[in-house]
Each structure stands twice: as C-alpha cells, then as structure tokens.
Design a protein around this ligand. Structure first.
Ligand SMILES: [Zn+2]
Length: 328
C-alpha cells in the first residue's frame, strides 16, 4: 500500500489490474483518503512510449490536436492569440505571463512537446526556451519554430535566477516523481519568479471516478486542487489557483470524439492499435473552431456549467514559500 506522495497518508486500493496504454500491461490504482490524489502501481515512466507517440503524432488519439495546433500557430499572424483560442490552459498561461511580466521576461517551458506555446511566447516578445525529453518532439519543434528547444533536463541547462517564469502545462501527471520536479524547479527560482502549472482536474469528474484520464504509464497521477495544494506545501511552495471557467470560450467544450480511449493505444512492440485518422481529426477540429457553431457550443457549455461541470484542468501559480515548510 503506497504512501501518498503529497500528504503522507496511507493510500487505498481502488482498482486492480486496470488496463494500461500499452497492451498487456496493467496497473493497480490507488487513492489517498486525505488529499484525494490518485496514482498507479507500478509508477514507472516508459520513455519509449513517447518515441512511439511522436513517431505517429498525426494518428495517435489525443496527440493529433497538438499537430493541428502547431500548424495553426505557425501560420498565424498572432500566435499568442491563436493558441489562447485553442485551449483554456494556454489562455491561462498567456494572460498570466502578460500580467506578471508586461515588459517581457525569460520563460522556460518544461515539456514543450511540439513547441507551439514556446513559439507563441517568443512571437509575443518573450525570451522563451522549451525543454522536452523526447528527441522526436524537440526535433519537430526546432524544425518548425527554430533553435529554441533543448532535449535536456532544465537543471543541466539553466542556473538559479536565469528564468522569470517556469511553464509546466499538463506535464506533472506524466512524471514518476512530481515532488522531485517541483523541488528541481524550486532550486532554480528567484524570489520574484513563478511556476505556471496545469494538470487534469479529477474534480471535473463525478465522485467515485477511478481513472478518467490518460491510461498509465502516460499519466501516473490524477490531481485535485487539494492534492496539488498538499504537494506544493510539501515542496515548500505557495500555491494559488486561477478559475479559468470565467474565460471559457465555446471551443473549449470538448466533443465526444475527444473523450478518452479506454483501450490500449499501442501493442507491446509499439504498433498503433487505436487511430485518430487525420481526415476525421481535421473535421473534428473544424467543427470545434467553426464560428457558425459557436451559439450551439455556448449553449452546451451553459448547460454543462449549470449541471456543475468544471474546467478540465487545474491552473495554478506557485511561488517560493517559507523555507521551513517541509522540504524532504
Ligand atoms: Zn494525500
């Protein structure tokens, strides 16, 4: 029975032999009765899976939208506005950085993927660099957007005080040790720097949901605000949350096609089992962003909100807290 990484309590087994992202691999799901953090056992990253994903980025469900995004921002006159319209987490990042550093600043994006956000920030006048451990992702980002991407760990590449804002969108749920990630970033922060962090929100799903997020080992953690607050406290960081529902745009309403695939996506040799066909993905994307369907999306979003639906991601700002608040 693992101990909760965030608050230290004994976790409870919620499901045994849950299917994984790779066929033939199963996981036990644990939940903390205190802070509600969910995790999996074995909690192990498999880096080769990201090689498989970025080998087929236009076809892997959930990833084809990032290929379309890279294409859109590369062609846009105003990439920061384009990316803000694409997803609430990007709008949170762009708005917060503009507010925190209206005159420019040094940004490090951790987990930059295909590079769209780092590129959009650079286009808006920021000195942004993207870090990703996936070689094909860094190659693709550099090819499309220029030499602003590094296949390095941030601690090997930058020094304390070098960066004003660290951006970490939808990354923390992928790593084996989120506390270690926060402590690493903390070691590079200055008193005025901040971390902008987003992660899927377990509270957006009905109580009792076991694992309504990407199958392990893609996602290894599933957070609520309480869980993230407990983790930040353990890292000695102050956290504040931003409610992105107030600037929800109609296209942020997810369609059924985007709902999660509950079956393994790859077989054990890296063969793709579930395909997001490019033509279908493009049509979905077109429908989601079509101005003609805007009223229907607004109406659907209004109904969802009236029923208590929450944004799909937690958006948080973390800053240096008191040094004695319990680093490990
Ligand atoms: Zn806990």
């Amino acid at each position: 029975m693992p101990i909760c990484l965030a608050c230290g309590r004994k976790t409870i087994l919620r499901a045994e032999s849950f299917p994984g992202y790779v066929q033939g691999y199963t996981y036990d799901i644990y939940e903390c009765p205190g802070c509600t953090l969910s995790t999996v056992s074995p909690c192990v990253e498999r880096e080769e899976v990201y090689g498989w994903i970025y080998g087929w980025p236009t076809k892997v469900p959930g990833y084809s939208r990032y290929v379309q995004l890279a294409d859109r921002v590369a062609r846009s006159q105003q990439p920061d506005q384009e990316i803000s319209r694409f997803d609430a987490v990007y709008e949170f990042v762009i708005r917060t950085i503009r507010k925190e550093r209206p005159d420019g600043g040094r940004i490090a994006e951790i987990g930059s993927g295909l590079g769209s956000l780092t590129f959009s920030l650079r286009s808006a006048g920021y000195e942004a660099i993207g870090f990703d451990l996936s070689v094909p992702a860094v190659e693709s980002a550099s090819r499309n957007f220029g030499p602003f991407f590094r296949c390095d760990r941030i601690e090997d590449s930058i020094s304390p005080g070098d960066v004003d804002i660290f951006v970490c969108t939808e990354v923390i749920e992928h790593v084996r040790d989120p506390l270690d990630l926060l402590l690493t970033i903390k070691g590079l922060m200055s008193q005025n720097s901040a971390i902008l962090l987003t992660t899927p929100d377990k509270s957006a799903f009905p109580e009792g949901a076991v694992w309504e997020t990407e199958l392990p080992p893609i996602h290894l953690w599933w957070f609520t605000r309480d869980a993230l607050e407990a983790l930040a406290s353990r890292a000695g960081l102050n956290i504040s949350f931003v409610d992105v529902s107030r600037y929800f745009r109609p296209q942020f309403v997810r369609s059924r096609q985007e709902s999660l695939v509950r079956l393994p996506t790859f077989d054990a040799c890296g063969k793709l089992l579930q395909r997001d066909e490019p033509a279908r993905a493009r049509i979905t994307n077109l429908i989601q962003h079509s101005p003609m369907l805007s009223p229907a999306r607004w109406a659907r979003r209004a109904v969802q909100r009236a029923r208590g639906a929450r944004p799909y991601s937690i958006c948080a700002v973390l800053r240096l807290g008191e040094p004695e608040t319990g680093c490990r």
